[in-house]
Design a protein around this ligand. Structure first.
Ligand code: SAM
Length: 328
């Protein structure tokens, strides 16, 4: 199929990340630091049928890969039914879920049954106490239990998202990397991106070269060759380890020139760049009865307005929205 979603810089946009809710059962310190959590009114959140219509239009234009995220996607009722309907959109070759894992265990059998295999689970620490400090909720055992069950059931790849937090989990990054010696997990270290009003002590993010050198203090890392559907992580593994290590250096070594993403926010806006506040309203047209071609036109405009690169390293204002509402 031909991809019509090609931007001004010749990037082919085939990946849609969908935030299905802004609601979350955790309050992670990096997600919307220093901001009151503003909940979107229920009626402004896209209904599943509305999202499915937009995905079908996107798929006809060239979207082949979809990630469902949030907020916390599993707090929204009917998430698995929605995922099942996504699996019936024939152009979609890759459907995955990003979750904090708190509610995951009970949903695993259904997810497996409908054919979802790729999971990204956020877990920034191996310490139950620190987990509570980072997320506000004492749910470490539940999350780690879900990860074990998912591995036993054969979900793969299971990616563990770890945001590297100066002064909080920086002393256990090597320990988290050691998990890959025992489990086939992909542990991905993510540079903290500036969202909300970050407290001054966390304003200097821990950058990938520093994170990497802490991990290489355990053992040498060997690069893993890239695959066609790879995301922005630079992939490595320790010799003979079943798992992998990844680095997502959105701040220090941006990967904008390979960016193939568009985001659909929970309240129905197409967001061309995670790190820019610019977005296009597609919900109003959708709810006013617009034809598929009109909605397709909004997809094309969103792609056409994708910036060449984000402005984090050139002094531009960081995004003001809440990560939870955008989807990460
Ligand atoms: N609730 C789900 C979860 O926790 O995975 C999905 C939503 S969450 C916003 C998606 C991802 O964004 C998570 O892996 C989270 O760690 C990451 N994230 C949130 N705020 C971030 C920040 N300021 N910098 C880097 N990553 C961030």
């Amino acid at each position: 199929m031909q991809n019509s979603l090609i931007d001004t810089y010749k990037r082919h946009i085939n990946y849609l990340r969908i935030s299905i809710t802004d609601r979350c059962n955790l309050r992670c310190i990096y997600c919307a630091p220093g901001m009151p959590i503003k909940k979107m009114p229920h009626e402004s959140i896209l209904r599943y049928e509305e999202i499915l219509r937009l995905v079908r239009i996107g798929a006809r234009l060239g979207i082949t890969k979809v990630r469902v995220t949030g907020g916390e996607p599993l707090v929204r009722k009917g998430c698995c039914d929605f995922l099942e309907k996504l699996t019936r959109i024939r152009q979609l070759a890759d459907i995955s879920l990003t979750t904090n894992g708190v509610l995951l265990k009970r949903h695993l059998p259904r997810l497996y049954e409908i054919g979802i295999r790729r999971l990204n689970i956020s877990m920034d620490t191996r310490s139950p106490e620190k987990y509570k400090k980072i997320t506000g909720i004492p749910a470490f055992d539940r999350v780690w239990g879900s990860i074990h069950t998912a591995m036993e059931m054969g979900f793969s790849p299971i990616k563990l998202n770890v945001v590297a937090l100066n002064g909080i989990n920086d002393n256990e990054l090597a320990d988290l990397a050691r998990l890959t010696f025992s489990y086939p997990l992909h542990v991905r270290f993510i540079e903290q991106m500036p969202f909300g009003n970050q407290p001054p002590e966390t304003r200097q993010p821990l950058l990938a070269p520093d994170i990497r050198s802490r991990i290489e203090s355990i053992a040498p890392l060997f690069p893993v060759s890239r695959e066609a559907n790879d995301g922005p992580a630079r992939r490595y593994r320790f010799s003979a380890a079943p798992g992998e290590i990844g680095f997502i250096a959105a701040v220090s070594q941006h990967f904008c020139e390979q960016c193939n993403r568009l985001r659909l926010t929970a309240d129905g806006r197409l967001r061309p760049c995670l790190l820019s506040d610019q977005s296009l309203d597609i919900k109003t047209a959708l709810r006013n009865g617009a034809a598929d071609d009109t909605l397709a036109g909004i997809f094309l405009s969103a792609v056409a307005s994708k910036p060449r690169k984000h402005g984090l390293r050139c002094g531009c204002t960081p995004p003001s929205g809440q990560m939870g509402a955008i989807g990460g």
